[in-house]
Design a binder for this molecule. Sequence first.
Ligand SMILES: O=C(O)CCC(=O)C(=O)O
Ligand SMILES: [Fe+2]
Length: 335
Amino acid sequence: MKNQVQEIAADCDQLPERFICKDAEEYAGESCPTEIPVIDVSLLTSSHSELDRLKSAVTTWGCFQAINHGIESSFLDKVREISRLFFNLSAEEKKKYLREEHDIEGYGNDMVFPHCKTLDWTDRLHLTVLPQHQQRLHFWPQNLTNFKEVVDEYSSKIELINEVILKALARSLNLEENCFLDQYGTTAKMMARFNYYPPCPWSDNVWGLKPHSDGSAMTLLLQDKEVEGLQILKDGQWFRVPIVPDALTINVGDQIEIMSNGIFKSPIHRVLVNSKNQRITLAMFCMPQTEKDIGPVDELITDDTPRLYKNVTFSIEFYLENYQLGKRASEACKI
Ligand SMILES: O=C(O)CCC(=O)C(=O)O
Ligand SMILES: [Fe+2]
């Protein structure tokens, strides 16, 4: 049996049962309006109104489109190009980087859990990119010129943007600007997830990615240049996330929801696939160092706003354990 969705998509005349999304009602809502806030990152240190707009975006949507973030358009194209080249490698070549059964890193599908039998219509390559000494290079494509160089450079640029955003978020709440970053510890972690969604003739019956929230502190997503697919849940309604040229789509993850004592929201989001076109995205998950305790910032706990979350060591295992039980990790930390 073929496992990689790319191979299945290339050679199938019927949608395999294991991809069929059974809950058609949940799937409805394709034509929802689009109003995700756009934030100019270059103004965040100088403009109070931009800082207020950021705060409002992240408290209501948990997500925004970041423009003027300092990464050149030509470099974003390079990042897209290496992603495309990876998925264009032969099936045999890509299988050298296959994820092993109980590992989350590597190429292939996500882990399959007993409670959610529907598989997502996506293949991905998942890599630890920072700290560099934790990179597991046997999962990194060896024969793609510049792959490592581009990913390393991109990761350090993303790390800087993540710092600017976290400092701005802290200032927007009148907190000391390093209060979130201090919880990152000394060797902040970053994981890259290259997502490949092949075109699917049965696009109304599959998920690209099922509804989920991210276990990161922050996620910085480079969308496909042409093909949309991401949707965000807000107030019970799904909203399309449009393509804004050269923007990074940034969302709060469960860990910042916890650190902000619930003020910033880690949004539920999902991906729909396109019937005619492939879609490639790159999610960079920024988070504290492994095994670092996190919890709500002290200053945010008051008589009026009591502590909502326990302190927790937010490991990948912890996220997956809860995911497996159909629970959000941030919910599992609620008092
Ligand atoms: O591909 C996308 O648009 C979103 C990806 C995503 O949500 C994820 O990788 O967690
Ligand atoms: Fe996500």
